[in-house]
Design a protein around this ligand. Structure first.
Ligand code: B12
Length: 225
């Protein structure tokens, strides 16, 4: 068995131990974007991006009827916290084996003008074969739909990368009619980013949430749940 095979097995066992619902390995050279706010030299140090996600509680999503509420806000924050912890512990595990690892934040904006984080978890997840970018502009998993939150760890540990999936939303349009901003269109590239942002800003201010959240298109995108 190759060292790559052994490392893949160990990472899989590690994720199972931490009750991580979905994960995959992306070849970082397929991620053509910059790492926002970080030097290019950093990207050169790492060959792989490990993508991992936690499924959002169905019960919580059932309460998201006309937009976000305090329960959804709390759940959102707890999942982000757990995703950050998993990133930290996975990185420590990789470093103990003598390799480099760089954990990111589940939800941290570093460039508010352009709404960008250091790295796009959706794009990484897509390259890692976890799902596809749907009409709702979210990473859609074949089983869990968009009801997963993600994080990413970069590493130089030798691994076998997964391949992107060759599927998409096909004729599912469940998210189009429910979007309160009318931001979701039949054609995925026509997603109205600004309309979505204005709506989540309204929710943040009017519902006193302190975070740009919504959850309506997430609730509608159920996969096979
Ligand atoms: C900033 C941000 C926002 C902003 C703006 C989003 C935007 N314009 O992308 C606001 C506040 C509006 C927002 C809203 C929401 N967000 Co938000 N947000 C983020 C955050 C922190 C950064 C995203 C980012 O950098 N965007 C910049 C753009 C350029 O990148 P992108 O759209 O992510 O990636 C695309 C491009 O980069 C491109 N791309 C990248 N490389 C390449 C290479 C090539 C060759 C090509 C062609 C394209 C390409 O493809 C990517 C996929 O389309 C991420 C966390 C993270 N670090 O990823 C969460 C995240 C995207 N948000 C998430 C969610 C769930 C939401 C909300 C539903 C709110 C909520 N939680 O209730 C809404 C609805 C969003 C929607 N339907 O699109 C989840 C998505 C989970 C999923 N299953 O997809 C993330 C990943 C957080 C997480 N930890 O899970 N969000």
């Amino acid at each position: 068995m190759t060292v790559e095979n052994i490392n893949n097995r160990e990472i899989t066992a590690w994720f199972k131990k931490f009750d991580v619902d979905v994960f995959g390995i992306a070849n970082l050279s397929l991620y053509e974007k910059e790492l926002v706010g970080l030097s290019d030299a950093i990207k050169d140090k790492y060959k792989f991006a490990v993508s991992f996600g936690l499924v959002i509680s169905k019960g919580i999503l059932d309460t998201v009827v006309d937009g976000p509420n305090l329960l959804y806000l709390h759940h959102y924050r707890q999942l982000n916290y757990r995703l950050d912890m998993i990133g930290y512990f996975l990185s420590r595990e990789i470093e103990r084996k003598g390799y480099r690892a760089l954990p990111f934040a589940a939800s941290q904006v570093v460039d508010w003008k352009n709404h960008k984080a250091h790295i796009s978890h959706k794009k990484v997840g897509e390259i890692a074969g976890i799902g596809w970018i749907g009409r709702n502009n979210l990473l859609v998993h074949p089983l869990f739909g968009a009801q997963v939150r993600y994080n990413t760890v970069l590493t130089d540990m030798p691994l076998l990368a997964d391949k992107p999936l060759d599927i998409n939303c096909v004729d599912c349009t469940a998210c189009i009619g429910v979007c309160p901003a009318g931001a979701i269109k039949e054609e995925p590239s026509l997603f109205d980013h600004l309309g979505c942002f204005h709506m989540v800003t309204q929710f943040k201010n009017k519902r006193n949430l302190g975070h740009h959240i919504c959850g309506i298109c997430v609730e509608a995108c159920r996969g096979k749940r």
